[in-house]
Design a protein around this ligand. Structure first.
Ligand SMILES: [Zn+2]
Length: 92
């Protein structure tokens, strides 16, 4: 295994890591809804790109809402948990 010959100072380490920081994405104004959106990407607010509608935002929202309701229903266990079902030992 390769072992470093000399210890790197904090300064050297920090200089190396200088470029590892996260960059804020460039946001531009949407020409359709005047909101902020990523460059060269479909607007998430109105679903428009290059002047035409690509995503039906309202439909998507409705579908998401429906999904959320279904999820909530599935999240709740139908049978109440008992100590026997929770215990790791199998009942014989
Ligand atoms: Zn928009």
């Amino acid at each position: 295994m390769a072992v470093p010959k000399q210890r790197k100072t904090k300064s050297r380490r920090n200089q190396r890591r200088m470029h590892l920081h996260l960059q804020t994405p460039t946001l531009v104004d949407c020409p359709q809804c005047k909101g902020k959106k990523l460059m060269h990407a479909v607007c998430k607010t109105c679903g428009y790109y290059k002047g035409r509608e690509v995503i039906d935002v309202l439909k998507e929202k409705k579908a998401e809402k429906k999904k959320g309701v279904e999820k909530k229903e599935s999240e709740t266990p139908k049978k109440p948990l008992t100590m026997g079902s929770l215990s790791k030992k199998k009942e014989k």
